[in-house]
Design a protein around this ligand. Structure first.
Ligand code: MRU
Length: 338
């Protein structure tokens, strides 16, 4: 395994990522050789999770610049514009994807030669990736103070190192608390239909030796009622001025947590905040019905059945006990300065 493989996405003479669709069976690194391949990887969730998508967006612009065969900057900028539209359009909800693309493009604005554009785009993508790990460690440390020794924490989907470049957001908070010597155990929701919880979160935590119990999301209410969940922590795909968008099912946990007086925390970097927009402005990605109707080759539902398969839901901020960021912990309606 190369040194880079402790990251989810990285540059090593080209763009590489862990293929998350192969986990937990196989830890496989794949090379992405074109913007088209990157789009496929994003759409099929080989790379996924908001902060990892931010890095993928920035690296996507760097890749487009490296692959450009034109000798003039005007044409190259046109190619980068095309790449921008394709990458941004591949998944609409997580704001980090557009944020990463825009950061790399801003970095090339003042460059005067083709080589300078290539270098600046890659430098910025590497900076996005480096910052991601630093940011997650900072938010992890800030959030770890909210966890007490012996806490049992519910999480949903995967907001771990696989969803980022490294360390993780929700799982970063848990990792930081464990690093600080606290005894923390986790209930990981399997997260239908694509099972990021069972395939990725359970795998990541087991790798780190953090006690984890896998549950179906429908079990969280009953566990809260029995007093077996002390806190819930999730990540976010986009935080607007009124709601948190995160993996479908998050809202259910937040409502249940409020009813059972369980603190409900959202851990996310500032790059996930989009305070210029409100819930109604945001497109929620709807995915292929087969994700619900098929399990591999096995059909779980009648052929042709009507299916609704949104990837994300929105949780109003008044159900969120605190937002955990690299700038500290903010209790809504208080928001971090952006
Ligand atoms: O569809 P996915 O797997 O990309 O959804 C990911 C999530 O919903 C995560 O919870 C979110 O991106 C936060 S990741 C730190």
């Amino acid at each position: 395994m190369s040194a880079c493989e402790s990251r989810t996405i990285w540059w090593d003479g080209g763009l590489w990522m862990i293929d998350q669709t192969r986990l937990p069976g196989e830890l496989l690194s794949i090379r992405i050789r074109s913007v088209r391949e990157l789009i496929e990887a994003i759409k099929s969730l080989r790379v996924r999770g908001a902060p990892a998508l931010g890095a993928a967006g920035a690296y996507g612009i760097a890749l487009a610049a490296q692959l450009s065969r034109t000798g003039n900057t005007y044409e190259m900028r046109q190619e980068l514009e095309q790449a921008k539209e394709m990458i941004k359009g591949s998944r609409p909800t997580a704001v980090n994807l557009s944020w990463g693309v825009d950061r790399a493009l801003r970095a090339v604005e003042d460059q005067e030669t083709v080589e300078e554009i290539q270098e600046a785009a890659l430098r910025e993508a590497e900076a996005v990736a480096e910052e991601d790990v630093r940011t997650n460690k900072a938010l992890g440390k800030a959030g770890s103070r909210l966890l007490e020794d012996g806490d049992c924490v519910l999480t949903h989907c995967n907001a771990g190192r696989l969803a980022c470049v490294g360390w993780g957001t929700a799982l970063g908070v848990i990792r930081s608390a464990v690093e600080a010597g606290k005894d923390i155990s986790v209930y990981a929701c399997e997260t239908r239909p694509l099972n990021q919880g069972s395939r990725l979160t359970a795998w990541e935590l087991a790798q780190d030796g953090i006690p984890v119990t896998l549950i179906c999301e429908s079990m969280s209410g009953s566990l809260m009622r029995k007093g077996r969940i002390d806190k819930a922590i999730v990540g976010a795909d986009r935080i607007t001025r009124d709601v948190v968008f995160n993996k479908i099912g998050t809202y259910n946990h937040a409502v249940l947590a409020r009813y059972h007086k369980v603190p409900f925390y959202v851990a996310a970097p500032l790059s996930t905040f989009d305070l210029a927009h409100a819930e109604e402005d945001i497109v929620v990605e709807e995915r292929d019905p087969d994700e619900i109707c098929l399990q591999g080759e096995v059909r779980l539902a009648p052929e042709g059945i009507e299916v609704y398969n949104p990837a994300f839901d929105a949780t109003p901020l008044d159900l969120v006990s605190a937002l955990i960021t690299e700038k500290g912990v903010f209790r809504p309606p208080l928001m971090p300065p952006i």
